[in-house]
Design a protein around this ligand. Sequence first.
Ligand SMILES: Nc1ncnc2c1ncn2[C@@H]1O[C@H](COP(=O)(O)OP(=O)(O)OP(=O)(O)O)[C@@H](O)[C@H]1O
Ligand SMILES: [Mg+2]
Length: 249
Amino acid sequence: MADTLVKVENLSKNFDKLVVLHDVSVEVTRGENLVVFGKSGSGKSVLLKCIIGLMKPDSGTIYINSKNVLSLSLKELNEVRKNIGFLFQGAALYDSMTVRENLEFPLKRHFTEMTPSQIEEKVKYTLDLVSLEEAIDKMPSELSGGMKKRIGLARSIITDPALMLYDEPTTGLDPITTKEISELILNLQKKLNMTSIVVTHDLICAEIIADRAIFLRDAVVAFEGDIKELTKSDDPFLKNFFSHEIIKV
Ligand SMILES: Nc1ncnc2c1ncn2[C@@H]1O[C@H](COP(=O)(O)OP(=O)(O)OP(=O)(O)O)[C@@H](O)[C@H]1O
Ligand SMILES: [Mg+2]
């Protein structure tokens, strides 16, 4: 347990009659990058939302850093959340704010004790990590899709989270930008010593980032293991999934 940062046990979630997750158990070791695959609608985003506490499962337990997050008070949960970064699916920047203001936002919210100069320093340091220092006073509308992703990434790591949850971080990007963003995610993870759970459809992204992958299908973890093994599997479902994904990217 000492090395386990996230432990999901027998998680179930239904929406009326729709069984989205059934008895799903997943563990993520500190420092590990876990990729979550699954067809559209297989419950990947629901799993992430349960982990971060945005959605309540019907049953099961979730431990983060050995804390049972489902039994915490709101105050305690907020403390745990401070340590989690979440890059939402299609994460949008605040359009009416500059890049600087977008990055200041999570700091002002979570670290009320920081001084303006500390905030400025942290914003600049984090922009440097994603190689976009020059964008500091730009508006989101002036940025390309790939730049927006990088700024979104900067915004979600600026609080130094121990755990990062990514929901489709490369959707809508061309293959070269996908590779760049995925490598950036991997480098940041190594540099900042983070643990990550990455939901993706994208094989380029998964192959760059993943230490291990799980596959959600029919509400359960249908496959788990090394990505290379999964992509080479003779299982007809996996063969079909990966051949389509390869064509797509
Ligand atoms: N708040 C909600 N209310 C009702 N149904 C929901 C809700 N959130 C998700 N669902 C349903 O749960 C199922 C799983 O949704 P989820 O968003 O986790 O899919 P996903 O695997 O992330 O798909 P995608 O790859 O398209 O993002 C879907 O059928 C969805 O319609
Ligand atoms: Mg989703």
